[in-house]
Design a protein around this ligand. Sequence first.
Ligand code: ADP
Ligand code: MG
Ligand code: ZN
Length: 509
Amino acid sequence: MRLSCLSSAGVEGVDGYPVTVEVSRSEPASGPGRIHVVGLPDAAVREAVDRVTTAIFASDLHHNPGDLLVVNLAPGDRRKEGPAFELAIALGALATIDRNRLQLPEDCLFVAELALDGSLRPVRGVLAAAQAARSQGLKRLMVAPDNAAEASLVPGLSVHAPSNLREAVAWLRQGLDQAPRCQPPAEDPGAPISDLDLADVRGQDQAKRALVIAAAGGHNLLFIGPPGSGKTMLAKRLPGILPPLGDDEALEVTRIHSVAGLYDGRRGLYRQRPFRSPHHSVSAVGLVGGGAVPRPGEVSLAHHGVLFLDELPEFPRRVLEHLRQPLEDGELTISRAAGRLRFPARCMLVAAMNPCPCGYLGHPVRACVDSREAIHRYRAHISGPLLDRIDCHLEVAAQPVEQMTRANPGPSSAELRLQVLATRERMFARQGCANGQLVGRALLRHAAPEPDAQALLHQAIGELGLSNRAHDRILRVARTIADLEGAAQAAIEHISEAIGYRLLDRSSW
Ligand SMILES: Nc1ncnc2c1ncn2[C@@H]1O[C@H](COP(=O)(O)OP(=O)(O)O)[C@@H](O)[C@H]1O
Ligand SMILES: [Mg+2]
Ligand SMILES: [Zn+2]
């Protein structure tokens, strides 16, 4: 019996995990040859075996039809999903037959699907697999050409991408040191952060101010106003004032998109923070992730970026309820027989809604046609846990037409972004995280306002009947407002501005 052993990787959730592919061959027996797979393969892996056999034949590589090959995927207690092991199985099979000439390097990870003609096909989530290889201490990676750019994003790995099985065999025979290596895709430093500029939005100074505060502190935000007041326009301009992704964040965001099958490997790392704006017809699984083969949902695709829920009351309440846990924990956890899966989901939540079903409540010119009950039902629809998580809610009023033509465009996104960056730096220097992330003792320690500001907050809470949660949210937002001007502690004006962003807490509302 001969045995060959290769490293491969599977992807579960957004994480790669190592899989060892062992192929053993029994001496040719009578009867038809076959390949048998053990080690919890799923249906796709079993199907893969037929493709492997066909690909070996199509590649004109030596194979004894009478061979009995046993393929073991280890660890045996973990369910193996998908076709990523095909290249490893084929090479392992060939090495058991053709051992003397085919050297299998131990420091190489093999991840690719095989087409029937023997060509290598890309797989989803190759970046996660490459990161797994790196953390196992492997030095090389063999993938399909269409995965080469993406796999090359992980520093410290040499990536080889033969176009088919024959070429893979030829490269292994001559030694991978002599084989062609792929280069990471060039990043385009000139790419604009976003072509949507806040200077396009006339007036709406308070809403712009709230965007800057939210961007600097990582706070959640809700715009309330009549149709056409610019809510959607404002929200879409948030990415343009956010700081770029750091290196680790960029790898994480890129990996999540890759696992979701949404990443074009040639574009390099994601540097801009994601902005996801799902339609209100989105399913619960589409919004938060999961499914039979769990995939990231919108809340994970928005990780390190923005989840924008436009027309919030249109989303079914039972779908929104699912956001509770991921928004609370910054990740979605899915329990499965094989253990828990985690999808990162730390994002800013931005939402927009009309004040009432017809949209015109409080409008200076048009009259609202809704009954009190209709307005109540409309708001009750979104009340509760989700609203509880929103730090700032404010009105975006309709703009008079004269204002639209006359108003000074105000600062550009590029200028506001510098302000956001400087403010973030202050927060990170002080406490190592954005103010939106401050909880418990750290919140008390870093966000305690001046005594008279604290007194004002307590008075306001008494009058408005706010919850403890609202109290903490006001403290965080006030801390950010103070940081915008470099103040050591939040003073009265910072606390009162923060209270001003609690529209929904007013009894008049
Ligand atoms: N403050 C504004 N400055 C410039 N254009 C605006 C402004 N508000 C609204 N608009 C115009 O009206 C359109 C509708 O705005 P939108 O953001 O979709 O409103 P909303 O989401 O509040 O219903 C925009 O595409 C834009 O052309
Ligand atoms: Mg809109
Ligand atoms: Zn109305």
